[in-house]
Design a protein around this ligand. Sequence first.
Ligand code: ZN
Length: 372
Amino acid sequence: MTLRFIGSEIYRGSSYGPNHPLRVPRVSTVIDLSRAMGWLPPDVYIPSPRAKPASLATWHDPDYLAVLQRAERDGHVTEAERARHALGTLSNPIYPEVFRRPATAAGGSIMATGLLRDGGVVYNPGGGTHHGLPDRANGFCYLNDPCLAIVAFRRWGFRRIAYVDIDAHHCDGVVHGFGDDPDVLIVSTHEERRWPFTGAVEDRGAGNVWNLPLPRGARDGDMAAARDKLILPLVEGFRADAVILQCGADAVAEDPLSRLALSNNAHWAIVAALRDLSPRLLVLGGGGYNPWSVGRLWTGVWATLSRQEIPARLPEAAENVLRGLEFTGNRLGKNPPDHWFTTLRDSPRNGPVSEVVAARLRQLADRARASV
Ligand SMILES: [Zn+2]
């Protein structure tokens, strides 16, 4: 069975700027940690190709792609381009790899669909840019590799796609692209009342859009209920040709951009469950703005996909990778707790399902029963 990790060295040292949340290393940590653990043999790792503009134009506007390429070359955009494409803003700055980096993430997700033709699992932690719009950058995302992957799966003849998104933020770009497509299932858990403020529990799209907004402080028990009562029944019932999981790492308690309180166990349990019921599974990254929590979580995702045992205490080579990280400009970087260096697995944050989550899950289950 196909099992591949798609990475790239373009992410190493790349930064959106010294004050931007995406100044921290992420994919490079996952590569280094996985190698230090002996989990990433050379024949499993594939360097990501950079998608060509023609390939990106299967979902994006060619004029926007031209502006994005020119922005990388010139280092700036005009006022008109800034207004039209949301480029050169605080959220979506012009940085040195502003075209090459997202085009590499997209190239990985597009390539993954071909690797999955005969089934299997592919991990592209540089992907998961779920806010990108056809002609506009949005929420740190310049392109939308999940949408490009859906288009690419279709080109291989795979029609029914299940897209699951457990990032702390709602996947507004993917809903923009495929919320009205009856052959795409979109299931999202995200923090309520947080940017982009879309993803209400009532939204249905063409009938296959399912949102579970999570209240501030949601814990592993809430996510386990979401997994067992919403995500898995929907994905199983949909009988997808392929499943895409956006595994944003910003819903854990240590993340500076959300107020959810999951541990990485919650993510890994969803990864394991989807691994076992998907004929083709593409797992992507997404948000994640604490360099330790995102590196540990996404390395654990790879361990789960590749069925490695996660040791209680990391060997020295892996610990050194984590000790080498910096989180400048954030108080969390001042005195990191020891377990951010010595473990991958967080202590579970179990507890009963909150009443608001239970009520929303009942509401969604009622809707699912009514639509059978
Ligand atoms: Zn996010």
